[in-house]
Ligand binder design. Structure first.
Ligand code: RM4
Ligand code: MN
Length: 394
């Protein structure tokens, strides 16, 4: 253990890590791929119930992934109460509801910003229906990501589209229950290439401000230009009380949706450092820590387990930052000293600490090995024959 460990009490670190909750995306368990090919794997869930079972398996071996996000209509079922009950029986719960208004032919020119009022109404009614789902599942958050945008200058009026977006968001906001929230997600480009209607945190922030207290910004780590300082955005949003949560994943080039912490563990540490510094690790802060990933070539469940562990390792390193030494170095203008405090924490191997934490939770210290030994992977391959594996279907 480094000196930094001795500064913040180990029990405080342990407590913070135990309280951390990382939400899994239902879609991570389905077949996925690129626009060139979706590769199918064996043992893939055939319905939302089986996706939840897989997510619950991740929670059983990690102990910190107690909820699973749904995507509607991908996860549409007749009886959401039954789905919530199934989740509870598996030891997890249903988390954020994501609205899919991007996979219908009607949405070619946009959903809520479409120039055609009929299409706008259709999209809005889907969003309102997602709030009904939240009522049935007990979910707090509605995550809105819009594929809306334009490909060519002049294709549509930028300001008009902003107004259509604001109008739709206002209707959804008005429909929310007292404790429900909109999490508005931005994305730089793709599928639209000239303008996205919510391209950046500034646009998302402006819309959320106008909506009121039940709207917050969600930062998907893959949705920025290369070189963007994401921790700066996080710090600004936290300071303003406007950070609703994260969609974690990692990227080398565009929206790669790779395992969080795989491409740039240092960036993940820097982000978590801002979170810890702001006290936003505390579940009461309302910041949701979600994974938004696709495992195109690796097995899904181990991919999710590894991702959860990567978030935990970065969080543990952030908790190891000696805040007092850092503040002292900053105040005295000690540039190298301040940087060294951060690097000391980052360079600490937090795996032994996390292994101990898991033992304390009654878990195997090595979740990957525990999963491999569980036989679950073989079982789902044997059991899930017939039916249609879920996936992007591209
Ligand atoms: C989008 C965005 C959303 C996710 C979809 C599947 O790029 O990240 O959060 O729901 O992908
Ligand atoms: Mn996302």
């Amino acid at each position: 253990m480094t000196e930094a460990t001795q500064r913040r009490s180990l029990s405080a670190i342990d407590e913070a890590l135990r309280a951390q909750a990382i939400e899994l995306p239902s879609w991570a368990f389905g077949n996925s791929g690129t626009r060139f090919k979706v590769f199918s794997q064996k043992g893939i869930p055939r319905d939302p119930f089986e996706k939840i079972a897989d997510a619950a398996m991740v929670h059983r071996v990690t102990g910190v992934a107690p909820s699973v996000a749904l995507h509607i209509p991908w996860d549409a079922v007749d009886d959401y109460g039954a789905l919530a009950k199934h989740a509870a029986e598996q030891g997890v719960r249903i988390g954020v509801i994501n609205a899919n208004v991007f996979q219908d032919d009607d949405y070619m020119l946009g959903s809520v910003t479409n120039p055609d009022p009929r299409v706008r109404r259709k999209a809005l009614s889907h969003l309102l229906g997602c709030v009904d789902v939240m009522d049935a599942t007990g979910s707090r958050d509605l995550k809105l990501w819009f594929a809306d945008g334009t490909n060519y200058p002049g294709q549509d009026d930028i300001a008009d589209r902003q107004q259509r977006l604001a109008d739709a968001l206002a209707e959804v906001h008005a429909r929310l229950g007292t404790d429900q929230r909109i999490l508005l997600e931005y994305k730089l480009f793709e599928p639209a290439f000239y303008t996205m209607d919510v391209p950046d945190w500034g646009t998302a922030y402006a819309h959320c401000l106008q909506l009121g207290s039940k709207a917050k910004v969600v930062v998907d780590t893959g949705h920025h230009a290369p070189g963007t300082n994401i921790e700066f955005i996080v710090a600004v949003l936290l300071r303003a009380g406007m950070l609703g949560g994260f969609d974690f994943n990692s990227r080398f080039y565009a929206d790669d949706d790779l395992m969080v912490g795989a491409a740039d563990p240092f960036q993940l540490f820097r982000i978590m450092n801002e979170v810890v510094r702001a006290g936003a690790l505390d579940p009461a802060s309302g910041v949701a820590f979600m994974l938004d990933q696709c495992h195109n070539i690796e097995p899904k469940i181990p991919g999710q387990i590894r991702s959860v562990m990567n978030v935990q390792e970065a969080t543990a390193k952030a908790l190891l930052v000696d805040a007092r030494a850092l503040a002292a170095a900053q105040e005295s203008g000690d540039v190298l000293g301040a940087n060294a405090v951060l690097m000391d924490a980052y360079n600490t191997d937090t795996r032994p600490l996390l292994a101990e934490l898991r033992i304390g939770l009654g878990l195997d210290p090595d979740p990957m090995a525990a999963y491999a030994r569980s036989g679950y992977g073989d079982r789902i391959i044997a059991e899930r024959v017939g039916g249609r594996p879920v996936g992007w279907g591209a």
